[in-house]
Design a protein around this ligand. Structure first.
Ligand code: TYD
Length: 400
């Protein structure tokens, strides 16, 4: 395979997690057949993009997407703040147009609608898009592609602002989408793009964020090369704590909007994130987590301890399958009603309401959503008071 971004053939292996089921592919019964696909991470020395080698049919992952952005308070607050800032900086009004790619349930665009600014959302998931429309956000139920961008232009649309949050990681055909953004954007318009930062994934050993939905893992250098190829420049960058660490880049045709922050961050990545040696040892660190975790759980189980999983997250599916630890867990709890009664992919553990934790008082709960560690542990004070302990697997295995 050639690089998804620059097309060069020199991809170098970083890590192989083996054959895995889809991380969000929850099962209706433990006997339901499931497909597995290889999960191999590689680095492109030519444009620095970290990426997966294979593609899974996007419809299998996104047509029945269960993730509602409005479900998270952090996401809502971050979206409202960003909209307020953008309206002011761009001087947006009733004659402007804001487009969001992967607009989900309208969690972001509804803030523009409230301010009287015309918007268009684009999202392939019908159920979620209908929810957006019910919230007053006009939405096309489609994948965003160059072809669609051309159709929009033909119908007279040009965007002052394009948002694309947590979509860059999912794109099999990057250049097609970025060219679409490029032609749709007005000469002084901006695209604001958020995507998980590969530096955080590597430094914090967040290997459980590697799954088939996440095809690309970006540095600022990789993003810059991608956008430059389509006549766009990265003119600003921020490092956010959201989703275990993300980049928010602003890109524009107007390179004069350039902020020094881009130079500072690019300089911090040079000779580090563009060097294969930075990624080479990641695989070894991941193996240490796998060995430590399976040894610990094996030891506890040999002493007749009861262990459950906390959160039926995609990250949890990767962790349990890669580490081969499903055999040590009795069940998994998750607060999402739509997940309860289903079974975890690959490991086939029943997903139960978190109240089961106090009913059965297992000795240990393995935290499968470390991104919500504080929130979950403060919610489960009673379990802890009664002697229950949490095992946190990442960045290194520990009991808290
Ligand atoms: P999420 O953050 O979406 O991660 P991923 O992208 O890896 O799926 O998933 C977190 C899961 O944790 C989600 O299914 C809801 C669950 N959860 C609880 O069960 N209890 C809680 O208090 C919180 C905050 C989340």
């Amino acid at each position: 395979m050639n690089c998804r971004s620059c097309g060069m053939p020199n991809l170098k292996p970083i890590l192989s997690l083996g054959n895995m089921p889809l991380a969000n592919g929850l099962l209706k019964s433990p006997e339901e057949p499931e497909e597995t696909y290889p999960l191999d991470l590689v680095f492109c020395p030519d444009c620095t993009l970290v990426q997966l080698t294979g593609n899974v049919d996007p419809d299998k992952m996104f047509k029945d997407y269960k993730y509602y952005s409005s479900g998270s308070k952090t996401m809502l607050k971050s979206a409202a703040d960003l909209v307020e800032k953008t309206i002011a900086s761009e001087g947006l009004n009733k004659d402007s147009l804001v487009i969001e790619i992967a607009s989900n349930d309208g969690y972001l665009l509804k803030n523009y609608v409230k301010a009287g600014i015309p918007v268009l959302g684009i999202d392939p998931c019908q159920k979620i898009a209908i929810e957006a429309m019910n919230n007053g956000v006009p939405t096309y139920i489609k994948y965003f592609k160059l072809e669609l961008a051309k159709d929009l232009i033909d119908s007279g649309m040009h965007a002052d602002v394009i948002h694309a949050n947590n979509i860059m990681a999912h794109l099999p055909y990057l250049n097609d989408v970025v060219e679409g953004i490029s032609i749709l954007l007005k000469p002084n318009g901006i695209a604001i793009i958020e995507t998980p930062y590969v530096r955080d994934m590597i430094d914090n050993c967040e290997f459980d964020t590697i799954y088939h939905e996440h095809l690309c893992y970006y540095s600022l250098l990789a993003l810059s090369m991608l956008f430059n190829r389509h006549g766009l420049s990265v003119v600003d960058v921020e490092h956010l704590s959201i989703h275990g660490g993300s980049l928010r880049v602003t890109v524009s045709h107007n390179a004069e909007r350039y902020n020094e922050r881009v130079y500072t961050m690019a300089a911090s990545e040079t000779f580090t994130l563009d060097d294969y040696r930075y990624y080479e040892y990641f695989g070894k660190r991941v193996e240490v987590v796998k060995d430590d975790l399976s040894d610990m759980l094996y030891g506890l189980k040999s002493n007749d301890k009861h262990i459950v999983g906390y959160a039926a997250s995609a990250k949890g599916a990767v962790l349990m399958n890669y580490c081969g630890i499903g055999q040590y867990l009795d069940y998994v709890v998750d607060s999402t009603p739509a997940k309860q009664g289903l079974y975890t992919p690959g490991t086939h553990l029943e997903i139960c309401d978190p109240s089961k934790l106090l009913e059965t008082q297992p000795d240990y709960a393995l935290l499968l959503a470390w991104n919500f560690a504080d929130e979950i542990m403060s919610k489960e004070q009673e379990y802890i008071k009664r002697g229950g302990k949490f095992i946190v697997p990442i960045p290194r295995v520990r009991i808290v």
